[in-house]
Design a protein around this ligand. Structure first.
Ligand SMILES: C[S@@+](CC[C@H](N)C(=O)[O-])C[C@H]1O[C@@H](n2cnc3c(N)ncnc32)[C@H](O)[C@@H]1O
Length: 312
């Protein structure tokens, strides 16, 4: 068994199974609601977000890496915000998301000023949703507002690429978390932000650099080989392309960590990598009284916590 602690989280690996526990309560497997918050936290809610794993990010990073970090499926960037790397290239296919991070990096105070004037109200929501602001800060404030107040924090667009998620029912949602925006802005100053496909943005990665991939979880036999993710389709071909891209990076001496579906079709694509299972309690249909244990795969080019596991 390997055991290491970060803040009040303990990460154990037993027989290739990663367990994240509260050090105050070693018998309890963490659920999202139990999380210890890293110093800097994501500024958007995102489908498939890794907040539940992010508290362990500094422990799951490779030993002696260059402190140059790549995260090509950024979304809410939970892993990045917890890791706080020296330099980073962050990217995603979603242009509005990346434009929002750029504006948060460059102009946080203007965004905060705008958000403070926005109200949680259905009519206001639909009026905001219909707007198409041109200025970076106004556009980012709109994006952050809609993300906080829409149904389930879901980013969904219509055939014309226009955001179309309905109003979400919350009791008193936080529309402007100024501290979080300022902390994110500070961290993003050391970052290059790109829009684009995962393959092209990892080309400049050098030996010793660290790449964390968190793709949409497509498996070989589900969804007719396509997963609709935001406006984007992620296909089984993309998953295969990812495995080739990972192979090239690892051959060049780049450290790679991947979150993925714990499914034989996926695992068969990542031969030669260390494989760990990580379980988490997940809410079912947003119901806090109904939770299920979900298993996901972590695939690494290096032994996590120095603990070798099954090699695929
Ligand atoms: C599972 S989410 C990432 C969640 C993130 N790790 C977090 O903590 O919030 C996957 C992301 O991949 C992006 N994406 C989908 N296809 C892509 C592609 N081909 N290249 C780059 N990003 C892509 C989606 O827009 C989405 O933001």
């Amino acid at each position: 068994m390997t055991k290491l602690s970060s803040k009040t989280i303990t990460v154990e690996i037993v027989d290739g199974q990663i367990r994240l526990r509260h050090s105050s309560n070693h018998n309890k497997i963490l659920s999202v609601a139990d999380l210890v918050r890293p110093d800097t936290q994501p500024i958007v809610k995102w489908a498939g977000g890794k907040q539940w794993l992010a508290c362990a990010a500094p422990l799951l990073a490779p030993l002696g890496w260059s402190q140059r970090y790549f995260e090509p499926f950024l979304g809410g960037g939970a892993f990045f915000f917890s890791l706080e790397p020296g330099r980073a290239t962050l990217s995603d296919y979603n242009q509005e998301l990346i434009a929002t991070y750029r504006a948060v990096r460059d102009n946080p105070l203007a965004i905060i000023r705008l958000l403070r004037t926005y109200t949680y109200d259905e009519q206001f929501y639909y009026a905001m949703r219909a707007r198409r602001p041109r200025k970076g800060a106004t556009s980012a404030a709109r994006f952050l507002y809609l993300n906080r107040t829409c149904w389930n924090g879901l980013y969904r667009t219509n055939a014309q690429g226009r955001f179309n998620t309905p109003f979400g029912k919350f009791s008193n949602p936080t529309i402007c978390d100024a501290d979080r925006i300022l902390a994110a802005s500070k961290l993003l100053k050391r970052v290059s932000l790109r829009t684009g496909d995962f393959e092209q943005v990892t080309v400049p990665a050098c030996p010793g650099d660290f790449v964390y991939f968190d793709p949409p979880y497509i498996t070989g036999h589900t969804n007719n080989g396509f997963l609709k993710y935001n406006a984007q389709l992620f296909s089984w071909d993309d998953q295969q392309r990812l495995s080739k891209c990972v192979g090239h990076l690892v051959n060049r001496g780049v450290h790679v960590l991947i979150s993925n579906a714990d499914h034989p079709s996926v695992l068969s694509l990542f031969r030669g990598m260390f494989f760990y299972r990580v379980s988490r309690l997940s809410l079912i249909g947003g119901d806090t009284s109904c939770r299920k244990l979900i298993s996901e795969a972590l695939l690494a080019s290096y032994p996590l916590l120095g603990k070798k596991s099954e090699v695929l």
